[in-house]
Design a protein around this ligand. Structure first.
Ligand SMILES: [Zn+2]
Length: 410
């Protein structure tokens, strides 16, 4: 019997594949590659561009395409929930909605929460079955079914199972309930994705593990997620609940214990890193994909990243805390130099000076953020390229050590 054309197209789609390339002998760092049926490929480790409604904050998709080394985006489902239902109401996958249908698509990872503004203290979980998130129409309680309906329509490459993220200040009872809810949502997601031979058949599920301050509990959660997620629909794991004000020790301990327990052939993601140093530390623990939220945050504050992104080396002149340039500072008023000498980004290559960007900020011209975002995104991608090269060369631990020294003793 002939298979209907539409069904044949869908069944020819495969879930994303992750292949491990090289593991660092002195740390958990590793390189790998993700490929999708749409033709997106991403070399790991890499940082996802954080988006608003599927688009970067300050750049158009066309402009993002001009930045060398961008490999993927984090899209939040919560940005697409309206007052009554999903927005837009009429069909269409995410790539159709945002107009990303070219020959070299970016990898798209979908989660429910916006990693740039979690607001966990303001909005507690809504009952047993739902989770409270920020949407365009205020706080909305979203069920797992709502989320999966969105994923079915949006067709991202990777999808995080829901996690009930909590901060350390929550009560023990609340934290235990968060673990139970996260595990239950994972169990339901595996069932849903595993049985699907239709619209969810080409989406790779990323199984969420909720990190805690308790090392033993982290091991238990990782083992339980691994047991729940042996299904082929699961292409990786996510260490969730980090980047919410926990201590450095707690974050590193959780990443180390959870990543150490997970199967090495599967992809690992975390939402946590808030600085380039935290990003390196997560990669040292074996994380492959991260949210680069600090890129947007720095741009919004009028800052340009200026730490040495290619390899070890002296910091660029004019940098302050975090090895960034604060373009609001009056010291740049008459500075005719580019942000980072030798930088290959659109802004630096076209000679936009520090003084000009300072002037644009003073005048509240949006072009300031556009020029800074070009540079910061490019700088982050260069940095990730250096990290991958150092892992491949077998000298990542030495590089991480010297980067930490430079970053801390700036
Ligand atoms: Zn630049």
């Amino acid at each position: 019997m002939a298979v209907p054309a539409e069904k044949a197209v869908i069944s020819s789609r495969r879930r994303p594949q992750f292949s491990l390339c090289k593991e660092d002998s002195k740390s958990g760092a590793r390189t790998g590659c993700i490929t999708t049926w749409r033709g997106a490929t991403a070399e790991t480790p890499f940082g996802l561009v954080v988006t608003r409604k599927g688009l970067p904050s300050y750049l158009t998709l066309d402009n993002l395409g001009k930045v060398n080394g961008v490999q993927g985006m984090h899209v939040c489902a919560s940005h697409f929930f309206g007052r009554d239902a999903l927005y837009p109401r009429e069909g269409g996958s995410l790539s159709e909605i945002i107009g990303q249908e070219d020959a070299s698509p970016l990898l798209v990872l979908c989660g429910l929460r916006d990693p740039a503004c979690y607001n966990l203290n303001l909005y507690p979980a809504a009952g047993r079955e739902k989770i409270s998130v920020d949407t365009e129409v205020g706080v909305k309680a979203v069920s797992q079914q709502d989320y999966i309906d969105f994923v079915r329509q949006a067709q991202p490459d990777l999808c995080l199972s829901l996690s009930d993220d909590v901060v350390g200040s929550h009560s023990k009872r609340r934290r235990e309930r968060a673990q139970q809810r996260t595990a239950a949502w994972l169990r339901d997601s595996v069932k849903c994705f595993g049985e699907s031979d239709g619209a969810l058949g080409s989406v790779g599920l990323i199984a969420s593990v909720l990190a805690t301050e308790d090392g033993e509990e982290n091991l238990r959660q990782a083992r339980s997620a691994e047991a729940l997620a042996s299904d082929p629909s699961v292409v990786g794991y996510a260490v969730m609940g980090l980047g919410l004000g926990e201590s450095e020790e707690c974050r590193k301990g959780a990443l180390q214990s959870i990543c150490g327990e997970l199967p090495r052939e599967k992809l690992r993601y975390t939402s946590g890193p808030n600085t380039p140093l935290e990003l390196i530390e997560a990669i040292e623990c074996g994380v492959d994909v991260l949210d680069a939220t600090f890129v947007n945050e720095l741009t919004a504050c009028g800052m340009a990243m200026a730490f040495p992104a290619d390899a070890e080396g002296p910091a660029v002149s004019g940098t302050g805390r975090g090895l960034n340039l604060n373009l609001w500072s009056e010291e740049f008023t008459h500075d005719q130099g580019v942000l980072v000498p030798g930088c290959g980004c659109y802004t630096c290559q076209n000679g936009f000076s520090r003084g000009y960007i300072h002037h644009l900020l003073q005048c509240r011209e949006l072009l300031a953020e556009v020029l800074l975002e070009f540079h910061n995104t490019h700088h982050m991608c260069r940095f990730m390229g250096t990290i991958r090269a150092k892992i491949d060369e077998g000298v990542f631990s030495e590089y991480a050590k010297s980067f930490r020294k430079l970053y801390i003793h700036q």
